[in-house]
Design a binder for this molecule. Structure first.
Ligand SMILES: [Zn+2]
Length: 314
């Protein structure tokens, strides 16, 4: 009978196995959101049937939103509400929340949008250059989303002056941000370039999130590239998992909240963001260093951000 392996050796081997996890040596991860879904059936269906856990963000009350949201859920996709917020100019989508809305009006618009996509576990902004740059409406919005429970918010960052992510942080709403727009510049070569930038960011920082739209070149790229990710050492995970891994929440509860909705205006293209002080990053650093008092730091950083010449046009 062979002697039993000493317990210490077994424990040591187990520790070695776990070390990569302890050291955070997981392969880099990306999340992908396709938004503006629900208006055009064929493109929206193609997005919902992409390989892997690509998140599908649905416009409220669009003609095909109920059908496409149900299909996405059946395909194991995370469903999101693509919430119309006031753009830099004009009004955009009919359910757009404007900064001139009364408290009762904006409550009603948010309720209607959420009710239109009952499967949604997360929210990202459609347009919103104007409204996301205003602190009070963002404080209201994140408070409402937090109160509903089970939701996260992804800041689409259609303006460099956005306050959305920082306000979500202040209110302990699970949150993260878009780092790459896959298709701001249309065309296969441009989309491929942004895809490579997404992978490079994930390798550099451990994770990265991209937003794309149901354009033929974007869908073709994702159909081709997603199956190749594993061999490239990159994980594709849904936004809820990305947020959990980034640790940008103390309590992510992804419980399916019911949701459905209508028209979509084309979202104006957004130029690349200028490099500038990032209030949300400062807030997050402050919160990580000291979980309690983050407000003062956040306010200071937010003031800095608003200063340098405003954000790009939406
Ligand atoms: Zn949009």
């Amino acid at each position: 009978m062979r002697p039993r392996r000493p317990l210490r050796r077994t424990a040591g081997a187990a520790l070695l196995l776990w070390l990569p996890c302890i050291a955070g040596a997981r392969p880099p991860a990306i999340s992908i959101i396709i938004d503006d879904l629900g208006d055009r059936l064929a493109e929206s269906r193609t997005a919902a049937e992409l390989p892997g856990p690509v998140a599908c963000a649905m416009l409220p009350e669009s003609p095909y939103t109920p059908q496409v949201a149900a299909l996405a859920q059946a395909r194991g996709k995370e469903v999101m509400l693509h919430l119309p917020l006031q753009p830099g100019q004009g009004r955009g989508h009919p359910l757009t929340i404007l900064d001139t809305a009364s408290p009762a009006q904006r409550d009603a618009l948010l309720q209607r949008a959420l009710a239109a996509v009952p499967q949604a576990v997360g929210v990202n902004n459609h347009q919103g250059s104007r409204l996301t740059s205003e602190s009070e409406p963002m404080r209201w919005l994140m408070g409402e989303l937090r109160a509903r429970g089970g939701l996260y918010f992804v800041d689409s960052r259609t303006s460099a002056a956005t306050q959305a992510e920082a306000e979500a942080w202040r209110q302990d709403l699970p949150t993260t941000r878009r780092q790459v727009f896959l298709d701001n510049s249309r065309g296969a070569a441009a989309v491929q370039g942004e895809w490579q930038r997404l992978l490079a960011l994930a390798r550099k920082n451990g994770s990265a999130l991209a937003i794309g739209h149901p354009y033929p070149e974007t869908l073709a790229l994702l159909q081709r590239e997603i199956p190749r990710l594993q061999s490239q050492g990159i994980r594709l995970i849904p936004p809820s998992a990305l947020i959990r891994e980034q640790g940008t929440t103390r309590s992510l509860r992804v419980s399916a909240q019911p949701l459905r909705l209508s028209l979509a205006m084309a979202e104006p293209a957004e130029p690349a963001e200028p490099a500038e002080p990032d209030p949300a990053a400062a807030l997050i650093e402050a919160a990580v260093a000291d979980p309690a008092p983050v407000t003062a730091t956040a306010t200071g950083a937010a003031t800095q951000e608003a200063a340098p010449g405003g954000g790009p046009a939406e």
